[in-house]
Design a protein around this ligand. Structure first.
Ligand SMILES: [Fe+2]
Length: 224
């Protein structure tokens, strides 16, 4: 397992994640988080899931136009439990609990499958994907994505690009500069604090039938 903090390879071991702080380092990349056997188990669960294509999800499609036709499915309970058992919960809790006035804590994870032509345009995770109207939605605090495909070539695209706003810019969508370009390496795990602008690069035609398989979601808080 290799831990990258930002773009610097720290060469820490898994145990060092206990001391990791999202306050100090808002983007966490861990390579080889899942073994090949664990990835296979998740893929088998994904095969059994009920998938919906983006074209069948009108609310999500409104938030993510021109993003191809990726698919989404609800994560199965056993896989959600495996995921939560393995995530670095101490740093997650320390960060989530640092916000004042919390009255509820939520988490939500889904399976995602991106094929050639699929992408996700730039967004900051604050409001996208919410379908509740007239009700205050929980605030997303930490985003997570982790990859379960068997192999991934650099030419196949699908990188997660993370941005920081240029200091002088303001407004809903400020001028952005790239801070991280993270390849969807099989078995890797990425977490970052929200809000944070990011996008998923379009999966290239050269990927053929290979799909970018992930679990992604958020740790959220609800406030008084
Ligand atoms: Fe996102």
């Amino acid at each position: 397992m290799k831990v990258h903090s930002g773009q610097v390879q720290a060469g820490q071991s898994c145990a060092d994640l206990e001391d990791f702080s999202f306050h100090r380092t808002p983007v966490l990349v861990v390579e080889d988080f899942w073994s090949a056997d664990e990835r296979r188990g998740f893929r088998e669960a994904m095969d059994r899931a009920n998938w919906n294509a983006l074209s069948e999800l009108p609310h999500v499609r409104e938030d993510f136009p021109n993003s191809g036709n990726w698919s989404k499915a609800e994560i199965a309970q056993p896989q959600a439990q495996v995921l939560l058992r393995r995530l670095p919960m101490k740093p997650i809790q320390e960060y989530v609990e640092s916000f004042p006035g919390i009255k509820g804590r939520h988490l939500g994870f889904s399976y995602y499958s991106y094929g050639a032509g699929d992408c996700l345009l730039t967004h900051d995770d604050t409001a996208q994907g919410y379908q509740t109207i007239g009700k205050a939605a929980p605030l997303r605090r930490l985003a997570m994505v982790t990859y379960f495909h068997e192999e991934w070539e650099s030419d196949w695209g699908g990188e997660l690009i993370v941005y920081a706003p240029e200091s002088e810019s303001s407004g809903k969508k400020p001028k952005l500069r790239v801070t991280h370009c993270i390849a969807p390496l099989p078995g890797s795990l990425v977490m970052f604090t929200v809000p944070r602008f990011h996008r998923v690069c379009r999966v290239d035609e050269t990927a053929g039938a290979h799909r970018r398989l992930s679990i992604a979601g958020w740790f959220m808080t609800e406030h008084y």
